[in-house]
Design a binder for this molecule. Structure first.
Ligand code: ADP
Length: 219
């Protein structure tokens, strides 16, 4: 993923709040980059633009060499579905579906057959230690288990890029530590690039590189 000169302001009545003021960032395939910043500095804004959920006012966003800024809405959505996986602070799993189904559904939506989707879901869930929880619904899982399922769901379609916004922010420190290790090894196992927002310096130090968002720019 490559961001060049990305700028984004929010209108507040007559005033404009400039959150990103020319962000340049490249995340190579297989590289895991920590994004740190104080709360309100624009981490979520940056991740949403990088993940094609929001548009920058200026600058370019490239994923896998494709310049997303030049695409229309349908093509952007297709690129996002194919190339990007998201993990949020809260799991956002579908409550009425099992762990297995939550990981299979995005694959089905992208055209995989049922057996193929469920086979990959089973393998991913086993790789994060959840082989005995395949039939559990989210409410029947612990917070750490829910996030492990969310990590598998994000990786289900083999994205080139994983974006994570405080992925262990809701967990107690010991569970966060374990789930973070699961996230790193799952991303490395897939060979994806990742940009992971965290305000936890210990977790940031476990990634390949740390960038800090300050006054709308990366340092
Ligand atoms: P972070 O994720 O680092 O906490 P955000 O990207 O969520 O920061 O927000 C950055 C700044 O932009 C904050 O000051 C926030 O209040 C403001 N902001 C975020 N979204 C909007 C919006 N839709 N409209 C107006 N201001 C917003």
């Amino acid at each position: 993923m490559e961001l060049t000169g990305v700028a984004r302001s929010y209108r507040q009545g007559a005033a404009a709040l400039a959150v990103l003021r020319g962000v340049d960032l490249r995340v190579a395939r297989g590289e895991i980059v920590a994004l740190t910043a104080p709360s309100g500095a624009g981490k979520s804004t940056l991740l949403q633009i990088a993940g094609l959920l929001d548009r920058a006012d200026a600058g370019t966003v490239r994923i896998g060499g494709v310049e997303a800024s030049a695409l229309g809405d349908a093509a952007r959505t297709a690129l996002r579905r194919e190339a990007v996986g998201f993990v949020y602070q809260f799991h956002h799993l579908l409550p009425e579906f099992t762990a297995l189904e939550n990981v299979a559904i995005p694959q089905r939506a992208s055209g995989a057959g049922r057996a193929e989707a469920e086979g990959r879901a089973r393998a991913l869930l086993a790789s994060v230690g959840l082989e005995a929880r395949l039939g559990h619904r989210p409410s029947e899982l612990s917070g750490g288990e829910q996030q492990r399922v969310a990590i598998c769901r994000a990786l289900a379609n083999r994205p080139r890029l994983l974006l994570a916004d405080e992925p262990t922010g809701n967990l107690d420190p010991a569970t966060a530590d374990v789930v973070f290790g699961v996230l790193l090894s799952a991303v490395r196992g897939q060979g994806a690039g990742a940009l992971v927002a965290t305000h936890n310096p210990d977790l940031a130090a476990r990634m390949d590189r740390v960038v800090r968002l300050d006054a709308g720019q990366l340092i």
